[in-house]
Design a protein around this ligand. Structure first.
Ligand SMILES: [Zn+2]
Length: 303
């Protein structure tokens, strides 16, 4: 997943993945976890959330004659490795979701890139190609006994792609906390975007009009909105679109969520679905300050 590499200084860069992995080993978490092997998503899994034409486009949109990345629409860039990396990100999130839904592990974190929550049913967008979190939710729903999935998105940007894919689906509650307004990307996610058809009421946006918000604001949103709706919805599995670009020090987010804030939000989510929780990495760009004490350019060679 680190082979998808864009122009120099692009925010969505391989070091984001390497830094999380390095931090994981540095903190000694390896011995406390079970590894779910990364794998490619199948067409069948991708088609749970995307159109066949989108799969074809991702599979075919690159210029193999060039070594360097090719700029696509908006923030998207393509390399010869992009299709495989995007499939690996989606497949790995799906693998963790399947394992949690089946009960073989209790909860898990898919350390994946490229991210997914901006990828719509038929469009790559905002650094994202396949919607890893939405695919994880739909894969979890395949497991007998899993009837409802809560997708909580605390990436600082609205997950327009998750909303697009799940907008009419009452089996998946999508709730997002994000900055909104004043031109903040992607511009969707207003409070009145609540779902359509059977999905009305199952799409919950908590748009922040200001930057500089922190733990108390996020936890207030949990107290007043997320915990009550999660209790009422009673999910069987929780999926977290786990960007860390609302963290203090992120160069894009402008928010001030602390490590402890993320821990407290995680703890709140583990109170639902009997703690069955799948996190998939989304955005997050402040590697030195956010993933402190880690050199983001160092990839553990033997891992
Ligand atoms: Zn983001």
């Amino acid at each position: 997943m680190e082979l998808h590499e864009g122009p120099p200084a692009h925010f969505e860069r391989p070091a984001r993945h390497a830094a999380v992995v390095a931090k994981f080993f540095k903190e000694g978490l390896e011995g406390r976890c079970e590894r779910v092997p990364a794998r490619l998503a199948t067409d069948d899994e991708l088609l749970l959330c995307h159109s066949q034409s989108h799969l074809d486009a991702v599979d075919s949109t690159f210029d193999a004659s060039k070594d360097e990345a090719v700029q696509g629409e908006g923030d998207i860039y393509w390399t010869t490795h992009t299709a495989r990396c995007a499939r690996t990100a989606a497949g790995s999130a799906a693998a963790v979701a399947a394992a949690v839904a089946a009960g073989s592990i209790h909860r898990g974190f898919a350390v994946v890139r490229p991210p997914g929550h901006h990828a719509e049913c038929a469009r790559a967008m905002g650094f994202c190609f396949y919607n890893n979190a939405a695919i994880a939710a739909r894969v979890a729903l395949r497991q007998p006994g899993v009837e409802r999935v809560l997708v909580l998105d605390w990436d600082v940007h609205h997950g327009n792609g998750i909303q697009d894919v799940l907008y009419d689906d009452p089996k998946v509650m999508y709730a997002s906390l994000h900055r909104h307004g004043n031109g903040f990307y992607p511009g969707t996610g207003d409070i009145d975007e609540c779902g359509i058809r059977e999905g009305v009421g199952y799409n919950v946006n908590i748009p922040w009009a200001e930057k500089g918000l922190g733990d108390a604001d996020y936890l207030a949103a949990f107290d007043l909105v997320i915990d009550p709706i999660a209790r009422a919805f009673n999910p069987d599995v929780v999926v977290v679109a786990a960007g860390f670009d609302a963290a203090e020090g992120d160069p894009l987010g402008g928010m001030k969520v602390s490590d402890q804030g993320y821990a407290l939000m995680t703890e709140r989510l583990l109170a639902h679905a009997k703690g069955r929780c799948v996190c998939a990495l989304e955005g997050g760009y402040g590697l030195r300050r956010v993933l402190c004490h880690t050199d983001p350019h160092t990839t553990p060679s033997a891992r």
